[in-house]
Design a protein. Structure first.
Length: 115
């Protein structure tokens, strides 16, 4: 679970492993070892550095849940991101004209739903 949560939040934040390494002063290969199939777990000190750099908590990285109130918005946004990331990635491949049409459909559907 740590591996997936770390990988997802790095992607959500738009970071590369190299950038996270520079921010945390943790060797890139060490971070890679947390993300690869070996799924190595960091010690507590390293987990805290990663969590702080990513704007989350160690609890969230380990469990995918966060009981700290000030992190609830991040958690909610992150769960929304996880839910729709495939769609967003696919939208990013469409032409501007088609994207504009889809955006209009979404706005119309949202207005209808909110009535």
């Amino acid at each position: 679970m740590f591996r997936e949560n770390l990988k997802d939040i790095i992607e959500y934040k738009g970071l590369r492993t190299k950038e996270l390494s520079a921010i945390t002063k943790i060797n890139k290969r060490t971070i890679d070892s947390y993300l690869d199939s070996r799924a190595v777990l960091p010690n507590a000190e390293v987990a805290v550095k990663l969590a702080k750099a990513l704007g989350t908590t160690v609890e969230f990285l380990v469990t995918g849940e966060d009981s700290v109130n000030h992190e609830q918005k991040l958690y909610s946004d992150f769960e929304t991101y996880r839910k729709y990331r495939k769609i967003v990635n696919e939208l990013d491949t469409l032409s501007p004209e088609l994207l504009k049409s889809i955006e209009a459909m979404i706005h119309s559907a949202a207005e209808t739903a909110n009535k």
